[in-house]
Design a protein around this ligand. Structure first.
Ligand code: IPM
Ligand code: MG
Length: 352
């Protein structure tokens, strides 16, 4: 069982280190971890945020544990050399089109939400975000208008097959949860969204048990703070999903606790090939100080074991250890506490 470890930039290496300690502590036979540089760190060492060797290591693995990318030193580089291109490149090159971002409130942490505790306590949702299409990957550039003004453009599009495959992932996820699916679009304005909606309705015929509703993205943003408990599975495109998943993380209380999986269709010997990352970024302001909460990365490692390696019971153990540490009052700076990166890692390890 091969795990590629791509720590990246900022707090990425620190939080990934703790997740690796957790995986190693399980003492699983046949696990092989291989580290490779990515993001600004890779640019500085090799001149590219996603060097070919790193892509090879990622491709050869069953699952990829990813830290974070983003480095203020690189903000003025050409767009294709910026650290963010590494994660976009991995998603695209490896056809990781389905991003699963679960959000629920850990018992006892209701008060950390930006919402009233009784509203936050009801959150238990899964955002299924499409990752390979939309305005992220359409033609883009700068041009001059007829009047000589500068103009930037990014083309938004979705093909039927792209919508169909993400819709299947979402319906299957709903079947495994509360059997309710909310498809978020902007079909009142965008043709891309009209096609999205039409295809989702077609796919729904194969899942008669799932209750499907459609919601415009502006309304969804509003409902997510008004009554987030109404959502079970939410499926949406790349751009809307990017925005709504950050919003959902703050409804839960801390961005330091949310894990994510990016999956494709390729099956490995043990499960589905995928990339796993915390949803927080590289947090350059606290990098290298041992202050970052590694829980989201540890929970991402648990998702890797579950989805890519078929090790469900070990994933359950890790998740229980994190929940146990939180219940015992272990709090990182993201939750107003004083526990550092290593201390939180130790607290999880001691409960495994
Ligand atoms: C995310 C991030 C990325 C995205 C950035 C780093 C390119 O915000 O994973 O949500 O926009 O997808
Ligand atoms: Mg984002």
């Amino acid at each position: 069982m091969k795990i590629a470890v791509l720590p990246g930039d900022g707090i990425g290496p620190e939080v990934t280190h703790e997740a690796v300690r957790v995986i190693e502590a399980l003492d699983l036979p046949g696990i092989e971890l291989k580290e490779a540089p990515v993001g600004g760190a890779a640019y500085k060492a090799y001149g590219h945020p996603l060097p070919p060797d790193t892509l090879d290591v990622a491709r050869a693995a069953d699952g990829i544990l990813f830290g974070a990318v983003g480095d203020p030193d690189c903000d003025s580089l050409e767009r294709n050399l910026r650290p963010e291109q590494a994660i976009l490149g991995l998603r695209k090159e490896l056809t990781l089109f389905a991003n699963l971002r679960p959000a629920r409130v850990f018992a006892g942490l209701e008060d950390f939400s930006a919402l009233k505790p009784e509203i936050a306590g009801a959150i238990d949702l899964l955002i299924v975000r499409e990752l390979n299409g939309d305005v992220y990957f359409g033609e883009k550039g700068f041009r001059e208008t007829e009047s000589g003004e500068r103009e930037g453009y990014d083309i938004m599009s979705y093909s039927e097959s792209e919508v169909r495959r993400i819709a299947h992932v979402a319906f299957r996820a709903a079947m495994g949860r509360g059997k309710r699916l909310c498809s978020v679009d902007k079909a009142n304005v965008l043709e891309t969204s009209q096609l999205w909606r039409d295809v989702v309705i077609e796919v729904a015929k194969e899942y008669p048990e799932v209750a499907l509703e459609h919601m415009y993205v502006d309304n969804a943003a509003m409902q997510l703070v008004r009554r987030p408990g109404q959502f079970d599975v939410v499926v949406t495109g790349n751009l809307f999903g990017d925005i709504l998943s950050d919003q959902a993380s703050m409804c839960v209380g801390s961005i330091g606790l949310l894990a994510s999986a990016s999956l494709g269709e390729r099956q490995t010997e043990y499960g589905t090939f995928g990339l796993y990352e915390p949803i927080h970024g590289s947090a350059p302001d606290i990098a290298g100080q041992g202050l970052a909460n590694p829980m989201a990365t540890i929970l991402s490692a648990a998702m890797l074991l579950r989805h890519s390696l078929g090790l469900d019971s070990h994933a359950d153990r890790i998740e229980a250890a994190v929940a146990g540490a939180l219940a015992a009052g272990v709090r990182g700076g993201d939750l107003g506490g004083k526990a550092g990166t290593k201390e939180i890692g130790d607290a999880v390890l001691s409960r495994l």
